[in-house]
Design a binder for this molecule. Structure first.
Ligand code: ARG
Length: 563
């Protein structure tokens, strides 16, 4: 679609008050496809030319109508709307989707730039809950999307492996821990004693103090504490890795909070030298003005905090990567934490502080309410994934008993459904997780998209297009036109997802494309059409298959060929 945008921008630049690059940035998609493929708003020109926007729109439309790339150029109020000539659009779209030079939807805008994505980041010694699912799938999808636009992506798992809770855990293990159970079922045993600790601490407040002490010892390098902690960490990581492999998510680094332990004092020293640190009842804090509470860096007893490690981590990462952006994919409940941390980095004089961005998201809710580790009420991600796989297997057995490799496909559908249930929502909204909806083959789900993809694979198994180019005029139905327009918008959906850090834009796009394909398929016979048209429609279906599979892959979802 490059050449259309460039042509429009070039023609608009002839007004002499805007350059082509700026004009191109202003181009929009009209809200309704029947209005055209691009819209140019004339407000900026109006200000510069001191003329009303609608009269500029009229003049531009009159001038551009007749350029051979467009079948229609009209003005609607302050906008100029462009409709690309359909035969040209068809050729352009099919050759870019099916052409082999560059992968369709790929771009090199990010070449030479690094994006650090801090995501997933569960807490060791606690089960990997569905709460961490969101960060894992959103962060994973963003990583793939950035890579597709040429960025170098550094995915970091900022494991919660340090903090006062480990003092409590060690105290709990000293009292009630069993080495045998730890070996057999590490995370659930640790959860059990952690929950017990909180229950008992209500009756026996001295326990809290005991936990605090153990953390202090751990920070001071006490051997006994250290060995237990290491064991908790290694055993937890083993469990987490199992889940990452189910979800096909990878990280460049597993640098947990503890990784920054030897970098904390330096950061604190910089703050001290700048006179930014204040003592408050024995604790060290940085004042952040009226708008936010101060950021605490050391407690009275000298123990460091989550924020202390966060600040040291950011400084270390910038030193390593000179990133263009650093995204923290973390729940919205930590918004204040990131606001404080970014404010401290700014006070420290780091210009790159503005490259740090919190990418927040809402809660995920099951019918039985939000989960909290403290009360031991957690929904385990692994259980959810396994249930999704089992349910998918049941559905496959009913719908397609003859299918080969049922288990493999059930895994692709089940896991895809869970990932998509998360990604299809604007991330800031809470997700209501209902099994029936998530696995509904005709709903707004991954299986719906996967099914459209599998259906195309099945058509193409019967017959392949034998000509790779077709006269664009051959597509004459509204369903074909719609499908071509949808296909043309894939690159924009990917880059919009990146701009907003919202994989939901791409997820929604794929639903629309699958839906447009189904309309086409119901209204336009493919295998029954006469030869020329049959070939043209096979090509169109093939292009849809490519885009669906590519889009799903960016989201981390497989596209089985049969289901
Ligand atoms: N471990 C934290 C939690 O589970 C999330 C860490 C997110 N990343 C970060 N750099 N703070 O709440």
């Amino acid at each position: 679609m490059e050449q259309y945008r460039k042509t429009i921008a070039g023609a608009i630049a002839e007004t002499g008050v805007i350059d082509p690059a700026e004009a191109e940035l202003l181009l929009e998609f009209p809200p309704d496809a029947s209005m055209g493929d691009f819209a140019f708003p004339c407000f900026t020109l109006a200000r510069r030319l001191k003329q009303p926007p609608h009269s500029i729109a009229e003049t531009l439309a009159a001038k551009l109508d007749g350029v051979h790339l467009f079948s229609k150029v009209t003005s609607v109020g302050p906008y100029v709307n462009f409709t690309i000539s359909r035969p040209l659009l068809a050729q352009e779209v099919l050759s870019s989707v099916l052409g082999e030079e560059v992968e369709y939807g790929h771009s090199d805008t990010g070449n030479g730039k690094v994006v650090v994505i801090d995501f997933s980041s569960p807490n060791i010694a606690k089960p990997f809950s569905v709460g961490h699912l969101r960060s894992t799938v959103i962060g994973g999808a963003l990583g793939r999307i950035y890579k597709s636009q040429g960025y170098e992506v550094v995915g970091i798992n900022h494991l919660g492996d340090w903090g006062t809770q480990f003092g409590k855990l060690i105290a709990a293990f000293k009292r009630w821990g069993s080495r045998e159970q730890l070996r057999a079922q590490p995370v659930s045993h640790l959860l059990e004693i952690y929950v017990k600790f909180h229950r008992e601490a209500e009756k026996e407040p001295a326990l809290e103090e005991e936990g605090r002490l153990w953390f202090k010892r751990l920070e001071e390098g006490n051997e006994d504490a250290r060995l237990l902690w290491e064991q908790f960490r290694d055993l937890s990581l083993e469990e987490f890795r199992r889940i990452y492999s189910l979800l096909s998510v990878e990280f460049e680094h597993f640098h947990g909070e503890s990784f920054y332990n030897d970098k904390l004092n330096e950061a604190i020293k910089v703050l001290e030298n700048k006179g930014l640190i204040k003592e408050s009842q024995g604790a060290l804090v940085v004042d952040l003005g009226e708008e936010m509470p101060p950021c605490m860096l050391k407690k009275q007893d000298g123990a460091t905090l989550y924020a202390t490690r966060e600040i040291a981590a950011a400084i270390y990462r910038y030193g390593q990567y000179q990133f263009e952006k650093m995204l923290y994919v973390v729940g919205a409940d930590q918004s204040l934490h990131f606001k404080q941390v970014f404010a401290v980095l700014e006070l420290m004089g780091f210009e790159w502080a503005e490259k740090c961005e919190h990418v927040p998201f809402g809660l995920i809710r099951f019918e039985d309410g939000k989960m909290s580790t403290r009360q031991g009420k957690v929904v385990l991600l692994e259980e959810v994934l396994n249930k999704a796989i089992d349910l998918s297997l049941d559905i496959i057995k009913q719908k397609n008993p003859g299918l080969e490799q049922k288990e493999k496909v059930a895994r692709q559908i089940g896991i895809g459904a869970v990932i998509f249930a998360d990604l299809a929502n604007d991330r800031i909204k809470d997700v209501e997780f209902e099994w029936e909806k998530v696995l509904d083959f005709s709903g707004d789900t991954a299986p719906y998209i996967q099914y459209a993809h599998a259906r195309i694979c099945s058509i193409l198994r019967k017959e392949q297009p034998w000509e790779k180019t077709v006269p664009g005029e051959i597509y004459s139905s509204p369903e074909e036109e719609r499908l071509l327009v949808s296909l043309s918008r894939f690159p924009a959906a990917v880059s919009r997802s990146l701009e907003l850090n919202k994989p939901s834009v791409l997820a929604r796009y794929l639903l629309d494309l699958a839906r447009d394909f189904n309309h086409f398929y119901h209204n336009c016979p493919v295998l029954q059409a006469e030869a020329g048209l049959r070939n043209a429609r096979l090509l169109l279906a093939m292009a849809v298959r490519v885009v669906l599979a590519r889009g799903l892959r960016l989201l981390g979802i497989a596209a089985p060929e049969e289901m």
